[in-house]
Design a protein around this ligand. Structure first.
Ligand SMILES: Nc1ncnc2c1ncn2[C@@H]1O[C@H](COP(=O)(O)OP(=O)(O)OP(=O)(O)O)[C@@H](O)[C@H]1O
Length: 243
């Protein structure tokens, strides 16, 4: 099977002029691709385009080899995502929320108890979502995104609000999904963490993908800032003033 997620020439502009341009990349089965960039670089916008939450104004997004606009509902069940806040019913418990998330994606609800254990949610499983700590909410959102064993995983800053033990858990779970053949796209601000989990790291700046970051070097932060600065300087020279 070819690419699970494929962008070619994708552009989207919000009113006011910001947005993303000319995005081209792909994620293959079994691969973890990380997206890094400064605040406002366009990472979340790219993910929303990948998930059909925004429609590209230019170019095309393909999932599982099909244009995303034509993807049948059942195929969306093969996707697991967490972008922005975890979607949940605040008055329902963790367990109830996981069950609903599983059913909505056509998953096997026997997986819910497995997810509760796997994400160490047992102590809060019968607590209402609105009463959870931020980290417990995030782990519930991650469990909901991954429990149905999606073939494509899209996570926007999944390490948000997680304690160090949960960060390790996240890393293990992503490696496991990738090992089982899922294609994984994550955004992050933590360069060291990204270097550990990603097969490829894509750099994003001012709405564009500007290349890959070599994660084998010693000073990742420095390499990152240099690449961003070079891109800024080049674009300012070329008179790309919009962002
Ligand atoms: N709904 C919207 N309407 C107008 N502009 C928007 C909207 N959503 C995002 N933008 C703008 O698009 C640009 C990219 O935002 P985006 O959220 O994709 O960045 P990001 O890389 O995910 O940032 P962060 O690291 O802060 O999460 C920003 O300039 C942002 O202000």
């Amino acid at each position: 099977m070819g690419e699970v997620l494929d962008f070619s020439g994708v552009g989207f502009r919000f009113h006011g002029g910001t947005g993303v341009d000319d995005l081209a990349f792909h994620v293959d089965p079994g691969e973890v691709v990380a997206l890094i960039g400064l605040n406002g670089a366009g990472k979340t916008t790219l993910m929303r385009l990948a998930l059909g939450m925004l429609r590209p104004q230019r170019g095309r997004v393909r999932l599982f080899g099909e244009p995303s606009a034509d993807l049948p509902d059942a195929a969306w069940g093969r996707v697991g995502a967490l972008v922005e806040v975890p979607p949940a019913y605040p008055e329902l418990t963790v367990r109830e929320n996981l069950r609903i998330a599983c059913l909505l994606r056509g998953g096997d609800t026997r997986r819910v108890e497995e997810a509760v254990d796997r994400w160490r949610l047992a102590p809060v499983a019968d607590r209402r979502f609105r009463r959870l700590s931020l980290g417990d909410r995030q782990r519930t959102g991650l469990a909901a995104a991954l429990q149905h064993r999606p073939r494509l995983v899209v996570l926007d800053e999944p390490g948000n609000a997680l304690d160090p033990a949960s960060v390790i858990l996240l890393r293990e779970q992503l490696s496991r999904r990738a090992g089982e053949g899922a294609a994984i796209l994550v955004s992050s601000h933590h360069l060291d963490e990204v270097a550990r989990i990603a097969d490829r790291v894509l750099l994003m700046n001012r709405g564009r993908l500007i290349g890959r970051l070599d994660t084998t070097g010693a000073d990742l932060e420095r390499a990152f800032f240099e690449r961003v600065r070079e891109d800024d300087e080049r674009r300012d020279r070329d008179g790309e003033g919009t962002r």
